[in-house]
Design a binder for this molecule. Structure first.
Ligand SMILES: Nc1ncnc2c1ncn2[C@@H]1O[C@H](COP(=O)(O)OP(=O)(O)OP(=O)(O)O)[C@@H](O)[C@H]1O
Ligand SMILES: [Mg+2]
Length: 244
């Protein structure tokens, strides 16, 4: 294995000074690969994403991007370094138009807002024709599925090297969920590294190269996806500490 795109080394983090939500987390994401992260509600999955994205600084341990220590670097700076997050909650501005939402991360970044970015906007509208048709409408007026399309289109426009995708299928119909997973695979084919979190454990294991199980803020199982196949349901119940 070469140098990881993203590497967490013994990261401990939390919101309050005396309560650790994450404890000694070590994991890696490689370029062009999907690392899946599964765990029960409240295990700390979204907290991990917030820690990588700079919304929360690690209390101890370090986060490395291509070997460079990015612990505590602000979210705004991380966009420049090629890190993009599609959060569990919406990141859209509901009263701004679809196109304004798409362009927002590129503003103030002349290199990224040049001709190339405008070319990618055409590409994005080809990939997501519904967004082109509604580009002048307020993002908040779109359906749930279209808002998710807009989140992915916005990420695509930034051409990140690392994309953190937190519960992308939550609240979506099975058909739209399927589309979401196709987009994620497309991102990985474009050589992005992906950290994928989703409650559809079976799907995460199927799509991922590596899988980590997070339980009460600790990684309790980690390995190649093949090791997580087989009698998945039962195994996952055990990994998550559920015994019947
Ligand atoms: N802003 C916050 N301030 C304080 N505590 C928080 C905050 N956000 C989350 N927590 C707590 O941190 C713990 C982990 O929450 P987190 O959202 O990371 O879990 P999760 O694994 O993403 O859960 P879910 O599957 O429900 O999305 C929970 O106990 C939660 O109550
Ligand atoms: Mg979460």
């Amino acid at each position: 294995m070469g140098e990881p795109l993203l590497e967490l080394r013994d990261v401990t983090a939390g919101y309050a000074q005396d309560i650790d939500v994450l404890r000694d987390i070590s994991l890696r994401v490689d370029a062009g690969r999907i690392t899946g992260l599964i765990g029960l509600n409240g295990a700390g999955k979204s907290t991990l994403v917030k820690t990588i994205c700079g919304f929360l600084a690690p209390k101890s341990g370090t986060v490395h991007l291509r070997g460079e220590d990015i612990s505590g670097v602000s979210p705004h700076r991380l966009i420049d370094l090629g890190v993009c997050c599609i959060p569990q909650e919406s990141s859209l501005f509901p009263y701004l138009s679809v196109q304004e939402n798409l362009m927002l991360p590129l503003l103030g970044r002349p290199g990224r807002f040049g001709r190339e970015a405008r070319g990618r906007l055409d590409e994005v509208y080809q990939l997501f024709p519904a967004l082109r048709d509604k580009r002048s409408q307020a993002a908040g007026s779109l359906s749930g599925g279209q808002q998710k399309q807009l989140e992915f289109a916005k990420a695509w426009l930034q051409q990140p090297q690392l994309c953190l995708v937190d519960e992308p299928s939550i609240g979506l119909s099975p058909k739209v969920s399927e589309e979401v997973f196709v987009w994620i695979e497309k991102f990985a084919q474009m050589k992005m590294g992906i950290l994928l979190i989703d409650h559809n454990v079976r799907r995460v294991v199927r799509m991922s190269d590596r899988v980590c199980v997070l339980s009460l803020g600790r990684i309790t199982a980690e390995g190649a996806a093949e090791e997580f196949q087989g009698d998945l349901h039962r195994q996952v119940q055990e990994w998550l500490g559920i015994h019947f």
